[in-house]
Write a protein that binds this ligand. Structure first.
Ligand SMILES: C[S@@+](CC[C@H](N)C(=O)[O-])C[C@H]1O[C@@H](n2cnc3c(N)ncnc32)[C@H](O)[C@@H]1O
Length: 147
């Protein structure tokens, strides 16, 4: 496949930097979005549907109940980390936003979770994991970097 003009290394580097700074700046309001509060409040029907869907996924994660060594990528403020921490033997959490991980740490309140501030596209794990989990992440991966 031919590279498109916006697939240049420079353009991708800029896009990834924008994504990282967007979430770093937005860390304090991410939970408002998640909980449909403030300017993210689109009414009770929207909130009910969102809650129905996220509870369904949460139940699926709990049923899956990953054990062993678990890695969560782009973990955000911990809405899924808190579920993974229930069953994981060890849990390593990676995100590029320090502020986001601070909120995650507060939410999950588990001193045995390992938090790493890192850019997923440059980070290389030094070990293998039994389970790798991510949520709301694939849409942030530019096609040329997908593999
Ligand atoms: C849409 S949020 C998803 C957070 C969480 N997984 C969830 O479901 O709530 C995307 C997350 O990816 C992180 N992120 C963005 N670019 C990243 C990168 N290059 N490396 C690591 N994390 C990144 C952001 O800081 C943010 O926490």
């Amino acid at each position: 496949m031919q590279a498109r003009p916006d697939d240049s290394a420079e353009s991708l580097t800029g896009l990834l930097a924008d994504q990282r700074s967007f979430y770093q700046a937005r860390a304090p309001e991410y939970d408002q979005w998640w909980q449909r509060r403030g300017r993210y409040d689109d009414g009770p029907e929207d909130a009910a549907e969102w809650n129905r869907q996220t509870q369904r996924v949460a139940q699926a994660v709990d049923t899956f109940g990953p054990v062993g060594d678990v890695l969560e990528l782009a973990a955000g403020t911990g809405w899924w980390t808190q579920h993974l921490a229930r069953t994981a033997g060890t849990l390593t959490v990676v995100d590029s936003s320090r502020e986001t991980l601070r909120i995650n740490r507060e939410r999950v309140a588990r001193p045995d979770v390992t938090y790493l501030v890192a850019d997923i596209f440059g980070w290389r794990p030094d070990r293998r994991y039994d389970t790798v989990f991510f949520s709301f992440w694939l849409s942030h991966v530019p096609r040329p970097l997908f593999e």
